[in-house]
Design a protein around this ligand. Structure first.
Ligand SMILES: NC(=O)c1ccc[n+]([C@@H]2O[C@H](COP(=O)([O-])OP(=O)(O)OC[C@H]3O[C@@H](n4cnc5c(N)ncnc54)[C@H](OP(=O)(O)O)[C@@H]3O)[C@@H](O)[C@H]2O)c1
Length: 244
């Protein structure tokens, strides 16, 4: 069966791992035939990812766009409607973080973070949800964070954005349950991705890897339609990085 799966922030890190996990699952099981619609700002990242997914026999479509801009969010939603006519799964993964002491954060840090994490996530969900509502099926994943429920000293703006995403997740559940749409909140702790910039080997040893987050997302998607995995919480076995 065909499944149209839109993954935002697919070019790097966790989003890239999610795309590859769907592609490998399709190759291994042969019962699942996804079209992966891959979005992030950098087209080169998307091209290399698309090539890797295609090497597993999976169809892809790439769209470079900045989800911090409403016109580009609308362009993405229009593209999906026009070229794919439907959507089965939306993975709201694109996100940014600016980290540092509370006193040092600027208006630009605030607007940049909120633009992608809150505005982009909200308006893309608002544009895509009606398609799922009408056909009474679909699955929306929100990649929030453990920072959606817990404060971290150097993450003031990031935590605000993630607590805010959690507000959207809980609101969307109210709408989604009425029309047979599944909502999964994915809350990872520290994952080794480009978001962290350069890290020491010791620090890296305390983190999870992107594929650790991707695997349970694919499993949750492949649950029978009657069952929703509502939350996935994943932490490094040694716990959260306290000073992040
Ligand atoms: N890494 C962690 O420890 C961790 C833990 C918990 C939750 N998370 C969450 O997981 C998600 C993915 O994070 P990550 O660690 O994989 O980050 P990452 O390695 O920096 O990757 C983020 C991806 O999002 C894309 N992106 C960022 N802003 C965008 C925008 N405005 N429009 C479109 N695409 C955009 C980036 O590509 P371009 O720059 O090319 O656009 C990139 O492909 C985020 O929501 C993050 O908050 C991460």
């Amino acid at each position: 069966m065909d499944h149209t799966i839109l993954i935002t922030g697919a070019g790097k890190g966790i989003g890239r791992a999610i795309a590859l996990a769907f592609a490998k699952e399709a190759k291994n099981t042969q019962q699942f035939n996804p079209v992966l619609v891959l979005c992030s700002r950098n087209q080169e990242d998307l091209d290399s990812l698309a090539q890797e997914c295609q090497s597993h026999g999976v169809r892809t479509d790439t769209i470079a766009c900045d989800l911090g801009r409403l016109d580009e969010v609308n362009m993405l939603a229009d593209h999906v409607t026009r070229h794919h006519h439907t959507i089965d799964c939306l993975v709201n993964n694109a996100g940014v973080g600016r980290f540092g002491p509370f006193e040092s954060m600027t208006e630009e840090d605030f607007d940049y973070t909120m633009g992608t994490n809150l505005k982009g996530t909200f308006f893309l969900t608002q544009a895509i949800f009606p398609i799922m509502k009408e056909k009474r099926s679909g699955h929306i994943f929100f990649i929030t964070s453990v920072a959606a429920e817990k404060a971290f000293r150097h993450s003031s703006i990031y935590c605000m954005s993630k607590f805010g995403q959690k507000g959207l997740v809980e609101t969307m559940r109210l709408y989604a349950r009425e029309c047979n749409v599944r909502i999964t909140d994915v809350m990872p702790g520290a994952v080794f991705t480009p978001m962290w910039g350069e890290v020491t080997d010791d620090f890296r040893a305390l983190m999870m890897m992107p594929e650790d987050i991707a695997a349970p997302i694919v499993q949750a998607y492949l649950q029978p339609g009657r069952t929703t995995v509502e939350e996935i919480v994943l932490r490094p076995t040694s716990g959260d990085l306290q000073d992040a």
